[in-house]
Design a protein around this ligand. Structure first.
Ligand code: G3P
Length: 227
């Protein structure tokens, strides 16, 4: 399962990249609104930092299929290869996906997925990824993890190449549940990323080891001080 960052603040992205194995960055219009300004300034800075091989997901916001397709081409023209255009899994979005798959090499992430059928149709339309919104589905009184797992199963039994990129998480346990069943990717906020491995017992164990070493070697000493 690939891990991506669901954010557009370059400072936050850099901090997570420094520590964790990250496959790319996902954004949506709400995420971009938190940075403001020209969206391509923000996205180009992210692209420059993550490099041309990393995945960058950017959402089209047009309402009609033809305009969504035009917007998708424009996004990829500016941001280059390995840019996935996020298209809502609604009827005009499906039409746009078909148009793009028939006429270009543009990579598509079907987004705003709340039901397995949306993901199935998007996959049949040629989407590379389908993004179920785990936490938002939970908040509607359904089981977001289960929906993501069902989508994964639908892709598998129908021998489809589309992969799940699970999105909208509120805690690290939700990420772990999807990790266990091997979905293609999960995109998480910097806050959730930092909480993936956060446990006072782990910190305490590491501190105890350092303390025990210093108790015989001296304060601040490490293995480098010995031959
Ligand atoms: O990009 C879509 C998804 O990440 C939304 O997440 O936290 O706004 O529910 P959230």
């Amino acid at each position: 399962m690939k891990l991506l960052i669901d954010d557009a603040h370059l400072d936050a992205i850099k901090k997570i990249y420094e520590i964790y194995p990250v496959a790319g960055v996902t954004t949506n219009p709400t995420i971009l609104s938190k940075v403001g300004g020209n969206p391509f300034d923000t996205l180009s800075r992210i692209r420059d930092f993550i490099g041309e091989d990393a995945d960058l997901h950017v959402q089209a916001v047009s309402r009609r299929a033809e305009q969504i397709a035009e917007e998708a081409r424009h996004i990829v023209e500016i941001l280059g290869a390995n840019t996935f255009v996020k298209i809502p899994a609604v009827p005009e979005g499906f039409k746009a996906m078909k148009l793009l798959v028939d006429t270009s090499e543009i990579l598509i992430t079907a987004t705003a997925i709340y039901t397995p059928m949306q993901a199935f149709i998007a996959g049949q339309c040629g989407a590379s990824f389908a993004a179920p919104y785990v936490n938002r589905i939970d908040n509607m009184g359904f089981d977001g993890i289960k929906v993501a797992q069902e989508i994964q199963q639908i892709f598998s039994v129908n021998r489809m190449e589309t992969e799940v990129i699970a999105a909208s998480f509120k805690n690290s346990q939700q990420v772990l549940e999807l990790c266990k069943c091997g979905v293609g990717a999960a995109t998480v906020s910097p806050e959730i990323f930092s909480a993936l491995v956060k446990n006072s017992a782990i910190d305490s164990a590491v501190e105890d080891f350092i303390g025990d070493f210093e108790s015989f070697a001296g304060a601040g000493k490490t293995m480098i001080d010995f031959n």
